[in-house]
Structure formats: C-alpha cells, structure tokens
Ligand binder design. Structure first.
Ligand code: GAF
Length: 393
C-alpha cells in the first residue's frame, strides 16, 4: 500500500469518513551546508520523492483529532487549548506523544500567526514513506504536509516561507529540538531537478539546477540505520558551542566570519570551540563554491567539495560515526565522485554522488564493507530532486 493510501485508510478507519483532501510534503537530502542554518549561514538541500501525507476531514467540533501510522494512539486537543499544551518547557518532553507534537505544534504555530482566522476542528491521519531517523527530514515532511493542509482548510493564505517558519517553530518550541530552518524550507521549496540555495539569515532563496540526470549522475542515499534525534545530546551541544564561539569573537553569528578570520579565532578560542567554528566558516564557503561549480561547470565538479564537507564534519565538528565514515570512504573507493554524511549527524544517512553506471558497484561495495565491519546492513537507494508540497486529492 502506498503512503497516500495508508493515510486515507487510517482516516477512514478512525473516523468512518473519506477525507476532504490529502496533502503531502517531501523529505530532503542536504547536498551541502551542514550545521550552518542555525548560524545564519548558507545551505543547498533538495527535496526528495519520499513524502509524508496528511488525510484530513472536518469533524464538526473544536478539536483536532490526530492519528498516524507511527503509533497506535489517538491524540485529541481542543484547538483553543493548544496554548496550554505548547510551548514545551525547555529541557522537557512534550505534554503530548512526541510524534503528535509535530502535528499539533504546527497547528499551534499557525494559530499564533493568524489569531483572527477561523480554525474549525479536523481529523487528521498521517502516513509517510520518508524513513524516520535516517537524516532525511521525516519531521519537516510531517510539518510541511500538516502546514499546507491547515493553510488550505483554515484558509490562512500563508506563503511557503511562512509555512516553513511555522514548521520550525513547532520543531523548536513544541518538540523541543533546537534546529534551524533548512529542512522546512527544503521541503516547502522543492523543485524537480533543482536544489534550493538558501541564505538562512535573510531567507532569500533560489533554485539551482543540479543537472544530475543529464550528466549521467545519481545521488545514492546510504542509510546507516544508526538512529539519531536532534532534541537531545550532540546536536544541542554543537549548537551551544557555535553560540559560544560567536559570542567570544564578538559577532552576532558565525555567518559574520570568513576564512580570513580563522587565524584570530584560533588565538582567542579554546581548541574544541575553534574546530566547531572552523567547520561552520569553511562549510559556508563550500556551499558558495558548490553553487558556483554547479552553475559554471556542472555537477561532476562538486565531488571534492562534498568529500571535504564530510572530512570537516568528521574531524572538526565531530558529528560522524564509524558507519557514516565507512559509507563515505567505501563509496569513494568504489568510484563515487564525492560523498558525505547528510543532516544533523550522529547517525542517519550519507549521500554519494555516482555515475549511474557505477551505482551498482558502489552499492555492492558498501554492503560488503558494512557486513565485514559487523554493522547493520545499510539501506541504499537513489534520490532525485523533487517537487515540494502539493494537494494529492
Ligand atoms: C538537522 C536540523 F533539523 C537542521 O536544521 C540542520 O541544522 C541540520 O540538522 C544540520 O545541517 O537536519
């Protein structure tokens, strides 16, 4: 059964009614620009074919009643009561089951944005084919699908950027993960055959054609199946280290630094914080270089930049894990033009840019190397830049 059919079937099962509509939004792969978004920097992600679907029907009450294929619970919240549920106090877990905080958090953020709008009760069923915990932004896909559905049903008239901002607010303040806005913008602004070049400070953005297919290239996702979460642990620590680095150097954010500032930073910062800063500063430059290379030379020219990004995350930002390093090294040894972990790190997926003819050999090599190392078998599949949110029926 497709995820779209699963969303419809779940809605019918718990309401006895067919949906008024089904909306969807994609997950994403980040081509380059990691941990730069919350530092006001540059990113270059693209939306993928895998999507999350929200099947919706009016329920004639003042409540949101939400189910998903991820869990058995039915979560119910009065639309007028969402302010008593969110925000989630910093450091706490949400007052509702975590999966439902992505859904209800978006509703809460949209209501706050449009306090005058009528917001009738809805039944919502969520299903997805974006793998969860794989670093492909399953959370932004849920937020995006719900945001476009509510924007339509509540007649809010918000644009893609406003809907992405509501998704980020849900993630930060309802779920409690201190993430940037890259994933929501990547999902909202997805275009076939193009990545989104985004300035996370101004939110100015433009599509950059990737030209992968025309150049005979493919992006392979290598999902290590090492699960990660951004609400806890390393992601939060890295965010804090970047803020400390910026404060210590007297700038509003690390975006305000260039590679020319690094010698001074090396003198002023302790060694660990300096390496976090160096990753962000050099990664911003790599994003700009990747956009230039794609535009002027085509996609075969970006391989080394992808690999340099991975090295920086492994050595300076220290967010890789052995499975990700093995995926990257093995893919390159088997012919990939470049490879890197994608997303927040500490698990999840790597991407490898490969000639279409080399994809089978890369896949076989990575599987064999994982088996030899005693790692769980990875899931490997191609992705291509795809369209953003839509109404499916
Ligand atoms: C996760 C976050 F959600 C993004 O905002 C971004 O910081 C990314 O990790 C790292 O680049 O996907």
């Amino acid at each position: 059964m497709t995820a779209l059919d699963a969303a419809r079937a779940l809605l019918v099962e718990f309401t006895g009614r067919e949906p008024d509509g089904i909306w969807s939004a994609p997950g994403r792969v980040n081509l380059i620009g990691e941990h730069t978004d919350y530092n006001d920097g540059f990113v270059l992600p693209f939306a993928i074919e895998q999507r999350t679907y929200a099947a919706v029907v009016r329920n004639g009450t003042g409540e949101l009643r939400v189910r998903s294929t991820f869990a058995d619970d039915l979560v119910v919240a009065g639309v007028d009561d969402l302010d008593t549920v969110f925000p989630t106090p910093p450091g706490s877990t949400p007052r509702v089951p975590e999966w439902s905080a992505y859904v209800l958090g978006v509703a809460w953020a949209l209501r706050a944005r449009c306090p005058e709008s009528a917001t009738p009760g809805l039944d919502i069923a969520i299903a997805s084919d974006v793998p969860v915990g794989a670093g492909l932004s399953s959370s932004a896909a849920i937020e995006g699908a719900v945001a476009v559905a509510l924007n339509d049903r509540w007649e809010l008239g918000l644009d893609a950027v406003a809907l992405a901002q509501a998704g980020r607010r849900a993630e930060n303040e309802a779920v409690g993960a201190p993430t940037g806005i890259m994933d929501q913008m990547a999902s909202m602004l997805g275009r076939a055959d193009a990545a989104t070049f985004l300035d996370c400070r101004s939110l100015e953005h433009r599509s950059v054609p990737t030209g992968f297919a025309a150049a005979g290239l493919e992006v392979l996702v290598i999902d290590t199946r090492v699960q990660h979460a951004h609400s806890t642990g390393g992601y939060r620590e890295r965010h804090a280290a970047c803020e400390l680095g910026a404060r210590s150097l007297g700038v509003a954010s690390l975006r305000d630094l260039t590679v020319h500032d690094l010698p001074r930073a090396a003198q002023l910062l302790d060694a660990d914080v300096f390496r976090r800063v160096r990753h962000v500063v050099t990664e911003n430059q790599r994003v700009l270089d990747t956009v230039a290379a794609l535009t002027e030379q085509g996609p075969r020219a970006i391989g080394e930049l992808l690999t340099a990004s991975h090295s920086s995350m492994r050595d300076d930002f220290e967010i890789s894990v052995p499975e990700l390093d093995t995926a990257v090294d093995t893919a390159r040894a088997a012919g990939a033009l470049g490879a890197r972990m994608t997303g927040g790190g500490f698990g999840g997926s790597a991407i490898a840019l490969v000639s279409r003819d080399d994809a089978p050999a890369v896949t076989v090599s990575v599987r064999a190397r994982f088996a030899a190392a005693g790692f769980r078998p990875p899931t490997i599949f191609p992705v291509s830049p795809s369209v953003g949110p839509r109404r499916d029926c």
